[in-house]
Design a protein around this ligand. Structure first.
Ligand code: NAP
Ligand code: ZN
Length: 357
């Protein structure tokens, strides 16, 4: 692949309301600090769906989504020191950063002052051989600068470790930020791809975890993942549950992909408790300032995590035997899978077998 741009097989969105379809995408020649990765698996994150359907604003089509990528290094540039041919590696939501600003110096590339280069849909310099925007992991190969690539520990099953590259770091980072440990009372709101990994991580950190889910359908899974309680939030029963749970939690991680009123959930926090917005629905959030003022509650957010922390998370998962619960699918099933994610009908993450791209 060295020296010339190469067309590789991929699956792309061509319009907001059209099915994704098979195509090819151009990868740049392997530069001195790049690695060429042959994809083994690519996860389907709800962010892929928000983007493909232009729910966050107009998307540039065609677009190859995918920011949970695991594969094998097939080629390295002359200056590469961190990875070698044959290594199993991962790529998450970012493929570039300036590596010079204060945020990058602090290992927070997701907050890079020049803006991180996201794995897909990020503008590329004019004239780039790779096109107008970056193209993601639903493809057989990807070329990425070595600093943005992490090692996948050998003990982790590669398919079910794939969702850790986004879902894992996105939940690990706020759990660490808010010092979760033994004695912490943590609520996970929404048990989808992100939420179920969050339950496992928080349990492994020693927290007492409660799952808040629309219904009781996922109760047994919640308990199997180590949660001590599961409460339905929907309907009249949900209203009563939310009332009974007021003032209970130190930390509530909201992973819901749809618009929700925030007050009923903020009220579940103890005084000075923290609610973290992780789900990224499209509508502006609603809340009564009084709900925050009472008890000095904190409402904040969190966006993925840096590369060093992503490696730390993978090593933590290896140590604790944590992976996602996945449904492995062929590329032909992506459109069907998207509809099932939107209707919360996935247990708990779709992962695409890259051999089928
Ligand atoms: P997902 O697998 O679809 O999970 C979302 C969960 O939200 C569902 O399983 C469901 O949980 C709950 N939910 C969905 N619709 C709902 C509704 N109408 N009312 C109440 N609850 C509802 O999605 P995901 O991949 O985990 O991603 C979740 C969100 O996080 C998305 O918005 C995604 O874009 C965002 N995200 C953010 C970051 C970040 O860095 N901040 C990173 C990745 C993704 P129950 O069935 O348990 O109710
Ligand atoms: Zn994601």
């Amino acid at each position: 692949m060295t020296g010339t741009p190469t067309a590789v097989a991929a699956v792309a969105a061509v319009a907001a309301d059209a099915p994704l379809e098979k195509t090819t995408v151009t990868r740049r020649p392997v530069g001195p600090h790049d690695v060429l990765i042959e994809t083994e698996f690519a996860g389907i994150c709800h962010s892929d769906i928000h983007t493909v359907r232009s729910e966050w604003g107009p998307t540039v089509y065609p677009l190859v989504p995918g920011h949970e990528i695991v594969g094998i290094v097939r080629e390295v540039g002359a200056g590469v020191t961190r990875h070698a041919v044959g290594d199993r590696v991962g790529v998450g939501c970012m493929v570039g950063a300036c590596h010079e600003c204060a945020a990058c110096d602090d290992d927070q590339e997701q907050e890079c002052e020049r803006g991180p280069v996201m794995t897909y849909a990020s503008p590329l310099p004019e004239g780039s051989v790779e096109g107008e925007v970056t193209q993601g992991g639903y493809s057989t190969h990807i070329v990425v600068e070595e600093r943005m690539v992490v090692r996948v520990p050998e003990s982790l099953d590669p398919a079910s470790a794939t969702p850790l590259l986004c879902a894992g770091i996105t939940l690990y980072s706020p759990l660490r930020q808010w010092n979760v440990g033994p004695g912490s009372k943590v609520a996970i709101l929404g048990m989808g791809g992100l939420g179920h990994v969050g339950v496992k991580l928080a349990v492994a950190m020693g927290a007492e975890v409660t799952v808040l889910s629309q219904s009781t359908a996922k109760r047994e899974d919640s308990l199997r993942f180590g949660a001590v309680e599961h409460h339905a939030t929907g309907g009249e029963e949900g209203k009563a549950n939310l009332k009974a749970l007021r003032g209970r939690f130190d930390l509530l991680l909201n992973t819901v992909s749809a618009d929700l009123p925030l007050d009923p959930y903020l009220r579940l926090l103890r005084p000075r408790g923290v609610m973290v917005e992780i789900g990224l629905p499209t509508e502006p959030a609603r809340l009564r300032p009084g709900t925050l003022a009472a008890g000095r509650r904190v409402l904040t957010g969190s966006m993925i995590g840096g590369i060093a922390e992503t490696q730390e998370m993978l090593d933590f998962c290896a140590e604790h035997g944590i992976t996602a619960q996945i449904e492995l699918i062929a590329a032909e099933k992506i459109n069907e899978a998207y509809d099932r994610v939107v209707s919360s009908d996935v247990r708990y993450r779709f992962v695409i077998d890259a051999a089928t791209f």
